[in-house]
Write a protein that binds this ligand. Structure first.
Ligand code: HEM
Length: 419
């Protein structure tokens, strides 16, 4: 018997990628896998595609290729295409696409919508505005550190509460309402994973609806007495009619709140773990607070809170001699780009004084992280205060567990002893 439908041959790069993107083991330890891909298959087209794909799914791991894609106007955020998922039926896919396209935030839009949505809030996040917040962030950090000492989970005691308080205050989310968002944001973030089951997507959508409902009520409350917070600014923009629709307002509030704490939480956790595993670098930072700015950038490079980014090719695009047909999905592995030896010398070494320019952790191009300045200040404050206040910080678990996701990389707990 002959057949024309030969099963696709899974090569070593596909097997590596499957492990990396879809198994707990691969997600827990991505760096050796990134290194093999970057050296042997830096521009790899997956042998299988999610349903409805055109152009194929490509995975990039070298810094210059990743940057070129993120900066190229030919690549965008075609919403429906970005929502294609492995393991979903056609109906599940259509339902997911309809759900997501009704919820437009700047993160998932191309110009001109992206430009308009980002422009409405960008002033609140300029380096100058954020720098003015630094003394207040120091106070908030000290308030969290005052009661703790001895054995403590840094994720619960500091890494989550500090960023959620900072962005909660900026946005105007009352303190008592903030903790519930940790679970909701984590559940909804499953929708950012390259591989996700229908069950997890359903839970992610439910979490999004719950957050939407919450902000709908908060907006109604705030309308009665506008304040000087970001939510009030967004309400004024919505009232202006042609600037912001209601769903855009709600999506923007959710995006700012979620992006404002989840990634920074992981900068604090991943960063502290890296320092504790490199005591010489921790000592340098303690001895010379002038290194805090480069140190935080290095911690971001070394173990980035955002490992995976993605774009869709509009028409055919060529990068470094490689043609990406229109409709191609390109996964940009930022965590791999950050360890590219063509870009950073001795990239697997943590070096808090490194001055080799920006890593890929905040992305690149028009979607470059809006909160980068805020995240940097929060990181500098946290590591500065921790090292100043505690002469001893000891890891209580040598191999703390990373949560099972690849797009957002963060620890479940980080137990330490502070003295
Ligand atoms: C260490 C912490 C952070 C990391 C690693 C990080 C990373 C990123 C990355 C990689 C992107 C680009 C996504 C893309 O290209 O599609 C991004 C976008 C964004 N980030 Fe952050 N982020 C952090 C903290 C923050 C904070 C504190 C905020 C505050 C609200 C924030 C708000 C945003 C927003 C609104 C966008 C969308 C920008 C756009 O689409 O134009 N981020 N972030």
């Amino acid at each position: 018997m002959t057949t024309t439908d030969a099963a696709p041959t899974i090569g070593p790069a596909d097997a590596l990628l499957f492990e990396l993107l879809a198994t707990p083991e691969g997600r827990a330890d991505p760096y050796p896998r990134y290194a093999r891909l970057r050296e042997h298959w830096p521009v790899h087209k997956l042998v299988v595609d999610p349903p409805g794909s055109t152009g194929g799914t490509w995975v990039l791991t070298r810094f210059d290729h990743c940057q070129a894609v993120l900066r190229h106007p030919g690549f965008g955020k075609d919403f429906a295409a970005m929502q294609r998922r492995w393991g979903l039926s056609e109906e599940e896919l259509a339902a997911q696409q309809a759900f997501s396209s009704d919820r437009p935030s700047m993160l998932f839009r191309d110009p001109p919508d992206h430009t308009r949505l980002r422009g409405l809030v960008s002033k609140a996040f300029t380096p100058r505005t954020v720098e003015a917040l630094r003394p207040h962030i120091v106070r908030l950090c000290d308030e969290l550190l005052d009661p703790i000492g001895g054995e403590v989970d840094i994720m619960a005691a500091l890494a989550f509460p500090l960023p959620v308080t900072v962005i909660g205050e900026m946005l105007g989310v009352p303190p008592a309402d903030r903790p519930q968002f940790q679970r909701l944001v984590r559940t909804s973030a499953a929708a950012l994973e390259p591989f996700v089951s229908a069950e997890l997507l359903t839970a992610a959508n439910e979490a999004t609806l719950e957050m939407e409902e919450y902000f709908r009520h908060l907006v109604a409350e705030r309308r009665k007495a506008l304040g000087d917070d970001l939510l009030s600014q967004l309400i004024l923009a919505e009232d202006d009619g042609d600037q912001l629709s209601e769903l855009e307002l709600l999506s923007t509030a959710i995006l700012l709140f979620a992006a404002g704490f989840e990634t920074t939480t992981n900068l604090i956790g991943n960063g502290l773990l890296a320092l504790l595993r490199h005591p010489d670098q921790l000592d340098r930072l303690r001895a010379d607070p002038g290194l805090l700015a480069s140190g935080v950038d290095e911690l971001l490079r070394y173990d980035s809170p955002v490992q995976v980014n993605g774009r869709i090719a509009g028409d055919d695009v060529e990068i470094d001699g490689q043609r990406f047909p229109g409709g191609s999905t390109v996964l940009v592995l930022q965590g791999a780009a950050n360890r590219d030896p063509r870009r950073f010398s001795d990239p697997d070494r943590l070096e808090v004084g490194r001055s080799e320019g920006a890593s890929m952790s905040f992305g690149s191009g028009i979607h470059f992280c809006l909160g980068a300045a805020l995240a940097r200040v929060e990181g500098q404050v946290v590591f500065g205060r921790l090292l100043q206040r505690f002469s001893g910080i000891d890891l209580l678990d040598d191999t703390p567990r990373y949560r099972d996701s690849i797009t957002l990389r963060g620890l479940a707990e980080l137990p330490v002893r502070l003295s």
